[in-house]
Ligand binder design. Structure first.
Ligand SMILES: [Zn+2]
Length: 384
């Protein structure tokens, strides 16, 4: 009963909506839509932002998004929490209407979105959402890696980079969205030795999962600890002023410190086919440290090649031999009251059967800890 009255539940997006992509940042829209579906993450963001806000209001912390602060001091504490929360706040507001109307896209960019007038159509919430998404992207470009300042990118890199910035600002983000490990290892390259070194993984890499099927996945996860040496952990030793980054590590021990409420898996490169033909299970149970943790699959991303077929080149389909390869595209699948729906930039629709039955190369799969008190996000999507 009291769970229903939690203030943080009132800020969960009542609907999931897509996001605009006018600059070739589909990987970014995919990850942000999936994060908005995670009750665990949204609650965490809300709580951390509440603390930061009270510190900013009382003068303990600078307001990191204040223009003068940003220009004078650059990356000050809680910049990332505040930037992400600003995006979230508008997403929450727009999502109450149940759908995102893309009215202000440049004419001719994607004909299937319609032909809005790019300069006159109101309301312009699509531009406002784009603006706040690009704020996150621009900050990552300025402070993390310059790649974000140009179109294109990988969702697992964006997700890792974003989570790294957030977890530096609050341990709540570690507990909510990272598998926390304690590892002891020796590096074969720089010969550094680390004992009980904490490592926070934003996702679990499914390197050896292929070919094992759904039941295989459950077996695979059942002994969660055995996954750990396979993760992309690199040496943090330094020599000559540079971080070693070697992956030639010999582990003498590794153990889990905490398992998050938002548990994310990442698929490897699946080769030329690009689709695994097997799904992760809808529900997941992990027994760890005498606890039984129940999860539900809430979202997953799909990455696929798109071809110049003249019509709707962003949708998934198998190419004809004459079509030219254009590049990669990323979309999200999200569990809603209407079942699984596809979020392809700003559009929502029914998923391709091929993508409902298998994961793709580099798929991120989001599992949220089961909480039966929280309703599914509803959806205003109308089948055409
Ligand atoms: Zn090393």
């Amino acid at each position: 009963m009291f769970n229903r009255l939690l203030l943080t539940d009132l800020v969960l997006p009542p609907h999931i909506i897509g996001l605009p992509n006018v600059r070739g940042h589909c990987f970014l829209t995919t990850v942000l839509v999936m994060l908005m579906r995670s009750h665990s993450f949204v609650r965490c963001l809300f709580r951390v932002n509440q603390e930061v806000t009270s510190d900013v209001n009382s003068g303990v912390e600078l307001n990191p998004l204040n223009r003068d602060v940003l220009y004078s001091f650059g990356e000050v504490p809680f910049l990332w929490t505040r930037a992400f929360f600003r995006f979230f706040r508008l997403y929450l507001k727009v999502s109450r209407s149940g759908r995102l109307d893309l009215l202000n896209l440049p004419l001719g960019l994607w004909p299937h979105y319609g032909s809005g007038d790019a300069t006159k159509v109101k309301p312009d919430v699509d531009l406002s959402l784009d603006n706040l998404m690009m704020l996150i992207c621009r900050l990552l470009g300025n402070f993390v890696r310059a790649d974000y300042l140009s179109p294109g990118g990988k969702e697992e890199v964006f997700y890792s980079d974003l989570m790294l910035q957030l977890r530096r600002e609050s341990s709540e983000f570690v507990l909510t969205a990272h598998v926390l490990l304690s590892v002891s290892f020796v590096c074969a390259d720089c010969e550094s030795q680390f004992d009980n070194h904490p490592v926070a993984l934003p996702y679990v890499f499914l390197r050896d999962f292929l070919g094992s099927g759904v039941s295989g996945f459950c077996d695979f996860i059942a002994d969660f600890v055995h996954l750990l040496p396979q993760q992309l952990i690199t040496c943090i030793g330094s020599f000559g002023g540079k971080i070693c980054n070697s992956d030639r590590l010999s582990f003498s021990s590794h153990e889990i410190v905490s398992i998050p409420s938002l548990l994310v898996f990442r698929f490897p490169d699946l080769g030329s086919s690009g689709i695994s033909g097997q799904m992760t299970p809808d529900e997941l149970t992990i027994t760890w440290s005498s606890e039984i943790l129940h999860y539900r699959r809430i979202a997953y991303s799909c990455d696929y090649r798109v071809y110049d077929g003249g019509v709707d080149s962003e949708s998934f389909r198998f190419p004809t031999s004459s079509e030219a390869f254009l590049g990669w595209h990323s979309i999200a699948h999200v569990l809603t009251t209407r079942g699984w729906l596809e979020y392809n930039n700003g559009r929502e629709g029914l998923p391709s059967p091929a993508l409902l039955g298998g994961h793709t190369s580099y798929s991120l799969v989001f599992y949220d800890m089961d909480n039966s008190f929280v309703p599914e996000p509803s959806i205003c999507f109308e089948e055409k």
